[in-house]
Design a protein around this ligand. Sequence first.
Ligand code: GLN
Length: 309
Amino acid sequence: MPCKSNEELYQLVTEARKYAKDGKVADYIPALGKENQEALSIAIHYPDGRCISAGDIEKKFTLQSISKVISLAYVLMELGKEEVFQYVGMEPTGDPFNSIIKLETLSPGKPLNPMINAGALVVTHLIKGDTVENRFQRLLDFVKEITGDISLTYNHEIAQSEFETSDLNRALCYFLKQHHFIDEDIEQLIDLYSKQCAIEMNCLVLANIGMMFAMDGYDPQRERQIIPKEVARICKTFMVTCGMYNASGEFAIKIGIPAKSGVSGGIMGAVPGKFGIGIFGPSLDEKGNSIAGIKLLEMLSKKLDLSMF
Ligand code: GLN
C-alpha cells in the first residue's frame, strides 16, 4: 500500500523544522557530517497497512544506535535472555551513550544496558558465525525478515568512516575484553558493529519496524509473529528506560512512548497497540537526539494523546 502524504503531519513537520537550526549534524563519524541540517521527515505505519507521511520519505539514512534494538532482539532470540543478561545489565545509566565511566565504577566490566555503546558492543559480539561477513549477513537477513524488505543493505562509506574513527569504541571494547565480557578480536568486532550501525533505510521502513514492536512482535499484514512477544516486550522496555540516551526520563515525561534514536538523526517510535513511527531529522541536540524530531514527536504526542503513562 503506498504511503500517503498527510496535511496535518506536514504542518507539524513545518513547525518542528524551525528547531533544526538550533542543533548540529553529527560529524564525529565524518561521513555523517554531510547531511542537510534542515531535513525532516516522518512516516506513521498502522497495523492495517495504512501509512501516512510528510517530508522527503524516500531519503535513506543509517540506523546507528537504532540498530542496537535490533541486534538485541536477534541475540535474545538466538541465545535466550538468561545468557544475554549475563553479559549486559538492565539499568539506565544517566550518562552519554559512549561514556566509559560506569564500566569501571559498577560491577567491573559489565555494561549497565544494551542501549549504551558498551552494552551494544557486547551484544554484537554475541552474534554467532565464523566470519564478520557471515555474522553481519545473519543480522542483515534478520532485518530483512522483520521489515519484509529484501533490498536492504548497509552504507559502505559510513561504515568505513566509523571503522576508521572508532577509537573510543575500541577503548570500551578493550576494557570489556580485559573483564571477560568480550572474547574476540577487537578489530573484527568494530568492523561488524560499524556495519550494523550503517544499515540503511528510509523512514517508511523504520516505521514498519516500529509498528512490529508496537504490536508485540506480530505483523498483522503478514499474519505472522516475527519476533516472540517477550523479546518485543524487553526491547520496548529498554526503549522507554534508555532509548533516548540520558534524555530518556524527560522524553518519557514529555512524549511517553517507547522510542530509540541514533546519531544519524533517526528515531523509531512504537506506540503500543496503535502504530509505528519513523523519523529522520539529522540536526541533533547536545545529547545526540534529533532536535526537530523530538519536537515533532512532542507535538504529535500532545495532539493524539499518545503517552502510555
Ligand atoms: N555508531 C555510533 C557509535 O557507536 C552509534 C551511536 C549513536 O547512534 N548514538 O558511536
